[in-house]
Ligand binder design. Structure first.
Ligand SMILES: Nc1nc2c(ncn2[C@@H]2O[C@H](COP(=O)(O)OP(=O)(O)O[C@H]3O[C@H](CO)[C@@H](O)[C@H](O)[C@@H]3O)[C@@H](O)[C@H]2O)c(=O)[nH]1
Length: 403
């Protein structure tokens, strides 16, 4: 079992004896496909290792070349539609045996489960006898809560009983989990984190930088997923072009070919398509430069967002944001003080907000500065301390758990 840590522990401070913690993290989704939960676990693990702790992650699916050595996989996964997206999970008998064996062999001080309510490997340690203290992070936000899911509430309620502490990435994620989480479990809202410094130090990329005549307006996300709102971005773009014919629309994410085809098939689609540039999936450095270069970043997501990590990233780059008024986005932007919000699914309103920002550089500067300040609340360096405080509580509630 490979558990990694950095060489020089700065401050450990969770175990009474000052030794580093051994933390086992279970991710329900395969690392073969990128996603918010996987990125969160990767960045959190790296931040814990920078503090000197030992971390090992278990996830479904196969190993890929670029996967860190501290991620272990169980070799298989299957895809199901989940919360407006496709999730690559692993659930059946072997998955349970493999996960529990991994927990036993890891001799962890703490086991940290992500989305233990999802039918995947992070569900499995909950039935173990003699398991270390278990903390869970709940990411999902499903509002309004569907009637069909009420059927599972009683089952989940008793299944989740062994958890020591629960973390929610936002108040909206807590409202969802409150439907099935036993009242006895302590609750903490701790947001998703970002590597803020990487956005602060990024430089704009000349290819993507706007000018007053040719401002650049960006979208980032999985284009083929309805809930990421790309069709709303396209509709808003066509309206913005009526007032700013030189505007360029830069798009990062998988699914560019299909999305370009759909634009070309619209009335007047060929002219609209000329104003779009599909950049495909980019690496994290290019992503930071992308946010840094834009005049406006647009987040037109229509639902299923538990937090809105992309907003936090754009804020850290000082990029002014136009976003839909989903509950999670309202929270991240402090009730809209740090971004211009539009009525969810309303492309005309979205275009209006974009045009207001394009017409008013001082408004863009004000929102960029407000976002930059707000992004400090999501820096991993702060968030890790908050999670370690939760680990400390879980360990002190089970004093015999530490070896
Ligand atoms: N480098 C790079 N990163 C990308 C790309 N596309 C997406 N990402 C990154 O992938 C992460 C997740 O992006 P989302 O579009 O928000 O994905 P999600 O899987 O729907 O995220 C969910 O979980 C997050 C974490 O809890 C939530 O913050 C989010 O609201 C949502 O519920 C973000 O860090 C985003 O920048 C790309 O092409 N390149």
């Amino acid at each position: 079992m490979l558990c990694m840590s950095s060489q020089e522990p700065a401050s450990i401070g969770v175990r009474p004896d000052g030794r580093p913690l051994r933390v086992g993290i279970v991710c329900p989704y395969s690392f073969e496909t990128p996603g918010g939960v996987q990125n969160h676990i990767r960045d959190f693990s790296e931040a814990l290792m920078r503090r000197g702790h030992h971390v090992s992650v278990f996830a479904p699916g196969r190993r890929t070349k670029d996967m860190p050595l501290w991620v272990q996989t169980n070799g298989s996964s299957f895809a199901i539609p989940y919360n407006g997206s496709w999730a690559h999970l692993s659930y059946f008998l072997a998955a349970g045996l493999q996960t529990r064996r991994w927990v036993r062999q890891g001799q962890f001080d703490i086991v940290h489960l992500h989305e233990p309510e999802a039918p995947s490997v992070s569900h499995k340690p909950l039935v173990m006898r003699g398991a270390p203290p278990m903390v869970a992070t709940f990411h999902a936000s499903i509002e309004p809560y569907p009637r069909a899911l009420h059927l599972f509430q009683r089952y989940l309620h008793s299944y989740l009983e062994p958890l020591s502490e629960a973390i929610f990435v936002s108040p909206s994620a807590q409202r969802t989990a409150d439907h099935y989480l036993p009242a006895s479990i302590s609750r903490h809202v701790i947001p998703n984190g970002i590597n803020r410094a990487s956005y602060l130090r990024a430089h704009p990329d000349e290819r993507w930088r706007g000018t007053p005549k040719h401002p650049t307006i960006g979208f980032l996300g999985r284009l083929e997923e309805e809930r990421k709102g790309f069709p709303i971005f396209v509709e808003a773009a066509s309206r913005v072009l009526e007032r700013h014919p030189g505007a360029r629309f830069l798009v990062v994410g998988d699914g560019g070919d299909e999305a370009a085809k759909a634009i070309a098939e619209r009335d007047g689609g060929a002219a609209l398509l000329e104003r779009f540039e599909f950049l495909g999936r980019v690496d994290d450095d290019a992503k930071a430069r992308f946010y840094k270069s834009l005049d406006v970043y647009v987040a037109p997501q229509t639902g299923g967002e538990s937090f809105g990590i992309v907003l936090a990233e754009a804020m850290a780059a000082g990029c002014p944001i136009v976003a839909s008024d989903l509950p999670a986005f309202v929270d991240v932007t402090e009730q809209g003080r740090d971004a211009a919000l539009f009525a969810n699914r309303d492309a005309a309103d979205c275009a209006e907000r974009i045009c207001e920002l394009l017409a008013d550089p001082s408004l863009r500067t004000r929102l960029g500065k407000a976002g930059l300040r707000r992004s400090g609340d999501f820096d991993w360096e702060t968030i890790v301390d908050e999670v370690l405080a939760v680990y400390r509580r879980a360990l002190s509630a089970q004093p015999g758990a530490l070896s």
